[in-house]
Design a binder for this molecule. Structure first.
Ligand code: HEM
Length: 382
């Protein structure tokens, strides 16, 4: 990919979408694979059962320098599994994350958002990511799962490298720390269950053969980690998009009932996840006019698909009133984001409370200081 790609991937994606919407590319220091940039192809492939994503299969195909990131058995969780394992695992947790179950959390999430904003000094420059966008989803997911408040900071330190480790040593250290911590917490929940998702899962695991002890641990890791780096960047990317589009900010302030719809547009316009996670072809698959041979990685760019003019007219324009449904920021198919209702609620509350509490918000950073992280997973600012 060209130099500076992560700072502005959209120009490259526009060129690719016209020149060859499914084409084999080489990501320096990572993998080779078939990059998908059109919305229709992305949706179809995300829902294609001939594409597999179990950890062992992916690790086998990885070049040695990239395989380390997939080495830990801690990543044997539902996001890295295929049916029937995936179906069984997902069923065990869907109830806790339905829109109805999540709606009950609204008053508590509002309380957390307000408490965080209470200590933001009015009139001063603050780091929105550090002071607001980070702590909010961490507190929410920790409370939901039953991680004690006192352990949250430690937990945050372990979790970050899991999606954006600087080195394999750093990754190994955090996976070690996190799994030891969670094993202890699981033992505590077993001895004295509390009202939370982790206690429920311990009960399921002890009750039969539906969830092994390792699967329980890996599920806890996935739920804790999947839900926060992403939501952090939903909040960060949305606020940045608004500050760069004052007309849209004004429209939202004038009519706060637009906020939930605007969240969909932020997810489309500057989604928090760059690529769908690793998939490979179990057999040859035709897509975008080419045949992808068996045993090849398919890299589905959610950012590119969400800016496809065939699906979203004038896609580079932010429009908080646009019907943005059908975006793939949460993926599609059987791995569609389990936490989507929770993320939508957190995003809407975070933006709603922020705009309500602060009559004026300005961007303090210079454009050159706004650097996007060079990650193939999360799309967010440093
Ligand atoms: C899966 C995005 C928040 C839990 C996914 C996938 C995407 C995604 C794109 C599918 C990946 C693929 O198919 O390769 C997002 C975004 C979020 C967000 C953009 C925030 C704005 C959350 C939250 C949770 C969560 C709050 C809370 C638990 C999960 C889980 C999966 C998943 C468990 C795996 C589902 C499966 O494999 O069946 N997410 N997510 N996510 N997400 Fe989220």
């Amino acid at each position: 990919m060209p130099k500076g790609f992560f700072q502005n991937p959209y120009e490259t994606y526009d060129l690719l979408r016209t020149a060859g919407p499914v084409r084999r590319v080489s990501f320096v220091n990572w993998v080779d694979g078939w990059l998908v940039t059109r919305h229709a192809d992305a949706r179809r492939l995300l829902d294609d059962r001939r594409l597999l994503k179990n950890r062992a299969g992916v690790a086998d195909l990885m070049p040695p320098h990239a395989a380390g990131a997939y080495a830990s058995p801690l990543f044997d969780h539902m996001l890295n599994s295929d049916p029937p394992d995936h179906t069984r695992l997902r069923k065990l947790v869907t109830k806790a994350f339905t829109a109805r179950a999540v709606a009950r959390l609204r008053p508590r999430i509002e309380e957390i958002a307000d408490a965080l904003l209470d200590v933001v000094p009015a009139g001063e420059t603050v780091d929105l990511l550090d002071g607001f966008a980070f702590p909010l989803p961490i507190i929410v997911i920790c409370e939901l799962l039953g991680v004690p408040a006192a352990d949250r900071d430690q937990f945050r330190q372990w979790s970050r490298p899991l999606v954006a480790a600087a080195s394999l040593a750093e990754l190994a250290e955090s996976t070690g720390g996190l799994s030891a911590y969670l094993r202890k917490l699981i033992a505590e929940k077993r001895a004295a269950p509390t009202q939370d998702v982790l206690s429920d899962l311990v009960h399921v695991s002890d009750d039969g053969d539906r969830l092994s002890p390792d699967e329980l641990l890996n599920m806890a890791v996935l739920l804790l980690v999947a839900g926060f780096e992403t939501t952090v960047n939903l909040i960060g990317n949305s606020v940045l998009a608004l500050l760069r589009n004052p007309g849209q900010l004004k429209a939202l302030r004038a009519d706060p009932s637009l906020v939930p719809g605007a969240v969909e547009e932020f997810l489309r316009y500057e989604g928090p996840v760059h690529f769908a996670t690793m998939r490979y072809t179990a057999e040859p698959v035709e897509a975008g006019g080419v045949e992808i041979p068996a045993g090849e990685f398919v890299l589905i760019s959610l950012l590119a698909a969400n800016r496809d003019p065939e699906k979203f007219p004038d896609p580079d324009r932010l429009d908080v009133t646009r019907p943005a449904a059908g975006h793939v920021a949460f993926g599609h198919g059987i791995h569609y984001c389990l936490g989507a209702p929770l993320a939508r609620l957190e995003g809407a509350i975070a933006l709603g409370r922020l705009l309500d509490r602060f009559g004026e918000i300005e961007l303090a950073a210079e454009p050159a200081d706004l650097r996007w992280r060079g990650s193939v997973l999360v799309h967010g600012l440093h």
